[in-house]
Design a protein around this ligand. Sequence first.
Ligand code: GDP
Length: 336
Amino acid sequence: MKLSEAPVLIHTLSSADQSLVDGVLAGQRRALAKAITLIESTRADHQQRAQQVLNAVLPSTGNAIRIGISGVPGAGKSTFIEALGVWLIEQGKKLAVLAVDPSSSVSGGSILGDKTRMEQLSQREEAFIRPSPSSGSLGGVAEKSREAMLLCEAAGYDVIIIETVGVGQSETTVAGMVDMFCLLQLPNAGDDLQAIKKGIVEIADMVVINKADIDKQATAVVRAQWRNALHMLRPASPNWAPPVIALSALHKEGIVDFWAQVEKYQAALKPTGEFAAKRQHQALNWMWQMIDSGLRQHFRHHPRVQENLAALTLSVEKGTTTPATAAYVLLDYLKH
Ligand code: GDP
């Protein structure tokens, strides 16, 4: 099958969807919100329309800087994003804040407590804030957030912030969809650098110690610990050593330093081609994740697999069939 015959591309946009696309491209918030709702829908026909809308806006995406912000609940993420956002707007920028909250897909509730947060920012015309989609698995939530990010870029937002909590796989997932991944930490010197144990340090492009106003000395200690920890790692790029900065989101101190690092990062990695290469790599990973989950779904829905899965599962449990044989038999059904 040629790409032009791929199922999601064969239909032309309906006039309603064309005006949705036009609205997004014109930067209309209502159209943007509607388009995101469409991509978040689990209905098959909505999914198909969503892909058409995304394909239509794709040439207008990619112009924003994509920043991931992660931290435990209480680290000050929303306070920081609000302070940064208001400052960015003063600099003439437009920003979109999207959330990836794995807890919202499991319990229906949200650690990020979406409704009451970032009150000042949510009233600004230049800011678009969208809570985490609550359907599907983490993979599903992440996929929707990636697509929402593209829609925001098409709508002209120059800065996209993807916020997440330090729960499970969410940090790695978010690091895989942004240009720069930032860890927001508390100045708890006794904290034993949890993130180092969890292997998160390797994916940080910048470490931010927040609440520096509470205890300057503790902040200095934690900052030194982080610098040492990062120094021992081989950096992901020879052209970027992840900085460790301290700030106070509450007092709006250090916001300018934070942004200076974001600009430095781009200045270091864009001329070398690493910035673009990272996005290409992320796009291909995304494609393969979609293929993997599509294949798995296809497998699970195959009538012969459904017929025989329970019996084979049982015999693997009992030890009468090897796991490999059961897998070969089940995969073989897909050929017919
Ligand atoms: P989140 O759960 O990571 O989004 O954290 P919040 O932004 O809701 O902040 C949690 C609490 O920490 C709130 O009471 C904030 O006012 C407070 N907070 C955030 N940033 C700072 C800071 O820089 N200094 C101080 N002293 N408190 C802060």
